[in-house]
Each structure stands twice: as structure tokens, then as C-alpha cells.
Design a protein around this ligand. Structure first.
Ligand SMILES: [Zn+2]
Length: 494
């Protein structure tokens, strides 16, 4: 078994706001010992020179969408509902090779920016396939990163899910939208069950999850089917809950209670359950999630980019919700920089008002992006900390970078100062995936060539879907803000 001794670095202790000199012994893919400089290492151990660096546990991206990477920069003035309307144009018509490529591109960006594991919700319509899931999984394996791959599934299209929306369209658009139907729920469940049974990739590296995409895009029978599948196979369940105000309003209309309360009734909540966004969660929702040991993936950048608002991370933590931090997909964030998401998580909480006791501390934010993310991904006790028994996913930040001059408080600076530009090396499972700021596993110029070829092909292939988007956008852009401007009050609907 390969043994590596990491010498000369300073190891971040988030809670203590300190980074003291220490050496780390890595045996195989796991940290086996951390001790004072000069720590003994077995004969034959490889030395990794970490002098001049600060070491922290790999950042964990608690929510992204790998298909989004080929669509970065395609839109600007998009609400969530316009983004969903643009889906067939910006994410449709993909080959399996393009699914692989899009995931690989995102993984490369993430590792270069200090992120070592992600909760990825890819899209494949009309239903996920084993081939599509393996293509995404293989991309993470090839880059050397970890991921939970949870395909987004539903049995209603976005247009069917918003009451009254199709009726607000002229007849020819109604017809066009009907063609965007998803596969029957049984097909999606069968395909996911087959993939869960036949998964050949190392589950410590890439494992599957189940993601009923948005509760009201799913019938109750389908939501139950997803929840059962996740429990049967002991994998994560992940859903966009209370992301936009439109979602919150439609949820109340459809269920008479909040989407979270409804999911609770269906038996979907538990420690394996992750809410993506949760901007419009109320106190009762947060209490339910906390009581069930569930997680929220907080995506402050995406929430601002799509006009969804500012999630109350302080209140979530106060109600014992596990919080992870995510970028969301590159089609709405648009980068995959988890340091940026971390910084925004801290700033958004402060931007909500002047009451400092309701702010998220740098310590809480830094724990969320490491330990919180690990728990949401189902890697609690294995990822998120630098300690014996944890996987050796280590980021080495260059202390000679201006971000770290002077070194006043490493926890505060990790959250408020670092932007990814000080990342020098990244180790994942004991293997150097980034060395001297270059990714070691992927030929970037070949990646650029393949990505550009995919962009050109998709531009042509999806031109009709783009034309349809141009016609649908004015209808959705009028209808949905109308919903969002209604007062949000649960008593209206019960
Ligand atoms: Zn999402």
C-alpha cells in the first residue's frame, strides 16, 4: 500500500481559528496519523513537501448539476422558471459522450478550486439511463474526484407542474409543450433501480442518489417510489424544496401545507434527505428537517442569480438542520467555485440585517462547507476533516499568495478572503489530482477541443428548442412573477 508523509505544512483547525505546523501520514487513501513536525514515517514512504502551505479538508459542493457546465454563460436575466423553460435548449439533445464531457469539465474546475467531492444532480430526459449515469460517474473517476450522482427525475414537466400555466398559452404553444412530456414515473424508477443494482464504480468514489427534482413536479405515488428506492438501497434523497417563491406558492396551492410538511407526511424526510436551496422554508419546515436530521444544501450565489432571495442559514443551524454549501449548476451560478459559495454564504447571512447574533460565523460557514457537506453526501466520519480515519482529501493553499498575507486568522481568511487563487495542490484519497496549480489527470487542451466541438454541435442541434424558448419566455415571464408577487401566507390555502 502506498504511504505518503506530508511534511512542512500548517493544518487548519477551523474551530480553534489556528493553523499550527503538523505532518500528516497517509496510508493508501486514508489519513492514519497527524503529529508534530518530524512525525515518523515508515521506510519507503513518499514525501509530499507542503512547506509554505496551509492545509484544509477538501471543500464539498453540496449541490450542482453536471449538465450545466456546457451551458455556462448562456443566460442572464433568468428567474428559476425561465431557466427551467430554457432547459430543452441549454441542456437537451445531449449524447452520452457530452454528458461525460460536461461532468468532466465541472470536475476539473472544482478540483482546481479546492473542491474534492460534489453532490451532482444530472439531467437526462425523458428518463435517466444506466449509460447516462455511468458516463457521468466515469467523468468523476477519470478526474479523480468524488461524487454522489443523483439524477433529477419527475413525472410532470415544469409546464404541467404550474397550475394554469399551459392554459395561459396560445394553442400552438400548448401543443409544443405537450411534446416535452417526461417518461412515466415507473420507467424512471425502474431505470434507477437497475442502475443502483448494477453500479460498478467504487462507491467510496462515486455513488448514486435519488433526486425527485421538485416535489410538485412529481405525483405523490412517484415521490413515495423515490423515497422507497432511496431507503431500500441506503442512498441519499435530494430535492429542490422552497427554492423560488413560485415553488412555495404552488406547493401551498397543491398540498394545502408547505412542500416540506407534505414530504414529511409522505415519509420522505430522514438523515439521508437533502433540501436544495430552502430559501422559502418557514420555522416549522426547519424544525421538521432538524428533527429528522436532514440537510439543506445552501446555494447563495444561485439564489441571488435567479432572484430567489436569501436563505436563512442561521435559523437552519439554530433548528439543528445540517447545512452544506453548494454552487448549483453552471447554467445558473455560473462558476463552480466553492470558495465563492462559502464566502457568499457568510455574506448573505450578514446582508439580511444588522443583528449580529443572527449572522453565520466564519466557523459555522467553514464547518458547513466541509463537515456539513460530508454528512449531506453520506460521507460523515470519512470526509470533511483532516483527522486519522478520514480519507486523505487535502487542499494545500499557498501562504505566499496575497490572500494569506498577513496570516491573521486562518478560519476568517478561508471564508472571507480565499477565492481559489491560492490553491497550489489538491490531494484526493492520497493521490495528487492538482499539482502546482495544474490538474494532473486531464489534458486541458484536449478537453477544450472536445468541449468546443460539443458546443458547436449542440448549438445547431438545439436551435429549434431555442426558438421554442424564445416564444415561451414571454408567457412564463409574465405568468410566474404574477404568482411570485402574491402574498405568501399559509392561511390563504388552508
Ligand atoms: Zn439545483
Amino acid at each position: 500500500m502506498q504511504t505518503t508523509i506530508v511534511r512542512g505544512g500548517r493544518v487548519l483547525d477551523i474551530r480553534a481559528h489556528r493553523a499550527d505546523p503538523a505532518d500528516i501520514l497517509v496510508t493508501g487513501d486514508t489519513i492514519t496519523e497527524i503529529g508534530p513536525p518530524g512525525l515518523a514515517a515508515p521506510a519507503g514512504a513518499t514525501t509530499h513537501d507542503a512547506s509554505g502551505t496551509l492545509l484544509h479538508a477538501g471543500l464539498i459542493n453540496a449541490h450542482t448539476h453536471s449538465h450545466g457546465n456546457l451551458a455556462k454563460g448562456m443566460g442572464d436575466l433568468w428567474t428559476l422558471e425561465l431557466l427551467l423553460t430554457a432547459g430543452p435548449w441549454i441542456s437537451g439533445g445531449r449524447t452520452q459522450e457530452e454528458r461525460y464531457l460536461s461532468a468532466k469539465l465541472g470536475a476539473v474546475e472544482m478540483v482546481l478550486k479546492g473542491c474534492t467531492a460534489a453532490y451532482d444532480l444530472p439531467l437526462e430526459v425523458p428518463a435517466p439511463t444506466i449509460g447516462g449515469l455511468e458516463a457521468v460517474g466515469r467523468a468523476y473517476v477519470d478526474v479523480g474526484m468524488r461524487a454522489v450522482v443523483a439524477p433529477m427525475v419527475a413525472d410532470r414537466s415544469f409546464f404541467e407542474a404550474i397550475p394554469g400555466l399551459i392554459g395561459a398559452m396560445p394553442p400552438e404553444l400548448q401543443k409544443a409543450v405537450e411534446a416535452l412530456r417526461l417518461a412515466p414515473g415507473e420507467t424512471s424508477l425502474d431505470n434507477m433501480r437497475a442502475a443502483l443494482k448494477s453500479w460498478t464504480l467504487d462507491r467510496e468514489r462515486v455513488r448514486l442518489g435519488v433526486a425527485p427534482t421538485i416535489p410538485h413536479h412529481c405525483s405523490d405515488a412517484f415521490l413515495r417510489g423515490c423515497a422507497d428506492l432511496a431507503r431500500e438501497h441506503g442512498v441519499g434523497l435530494h430535492s429542490h424544496v422552497a427554492e423560488s417563491k413560485v415553488q412555495a406558492m404552488v406547493g401551498l396551492q397543491r398540498y394545502g401545507v408547505t412542500p416540506t410538511a407534505h414530504l414529511d407526511t409522505l415519509g420522505a424526510l430522514g438523515p439521508h434527505f437533502t433540501v436544495a436551496h430552502g430559501v422559502w422554508l418557514d420555522d416549522d419546515d426547519m424544525r421538521r428537517l432538524g428533527d429528522h436530521g436532514a440537510s439543506v444544501a445552501h446555494n447563495p450565489g444561485s439564489n441571488m442569480r435567479l432572484g430567489n432571495g436569501f436563505a436563512d442559514m442561521h435559523n437552519m443551524l439554530a433548528r439543528r438542520v445540517n447545512v452544506g454549501i453548494g454552487t448549483d449548476g453552471a447554467n445558473c451560478s455560473d462558476n463552480q467555485n466553492v470558495y465563492e459559495a462559502l464566502r457568499m454564504a457568510a455574506l448573505v447571512s450578514k446582508g439580511r440585517g444588522p443583528d449580529v447574533e443572527r449572522w453565520v460565523t466564519t466557523e459555522q460557514a467553514a464547518i458547513a462547507v466541509t463537515e456539513g457537506g460530508a454528512r449531506a453526501l453520506g460521507f460523515e466520519g470519512r470526509l470533511g476533516r483532516l483527522a486519522p480515519g478520514y480519507l486523505a482529501d487535502i487542499v494545500f493553499l499557498d501562504l505566499a499568495h496575497p490572500n494569506w498575507m498577513p496570516l491573521n486568522d486562518p478560519t476568517n481568511q478561508l471564508v472571507h478572503t480565499e477565492d481559489g487563487s491560492a490553491v497550489r495542490d489538491v490531494m484526493i484519497g492520497g493521490r495528487l489530482v492538482v499539482k502546482d496549480r495544474r490538474v494532473t489527470t486531464v489534458d486541458l487542451s484536449a478537453l477544450q477541443r472536445d468541449v468546443e466541438a460539443a458546443r458547436r454541435r449542440l448549438f445547431e442541434a438545439n436551435a429549434p428548442a431555442r426558438a421554442l424558448y424564445e416564444r415561451l419566455a414571454p408567457v412564463v415571464g409574465r405568468f410566474c412573477p404574477g404568482l411570485a408577487h402574491m402574498p405568501y401566507h399559509i392561511d390563504r390555502y388552508v
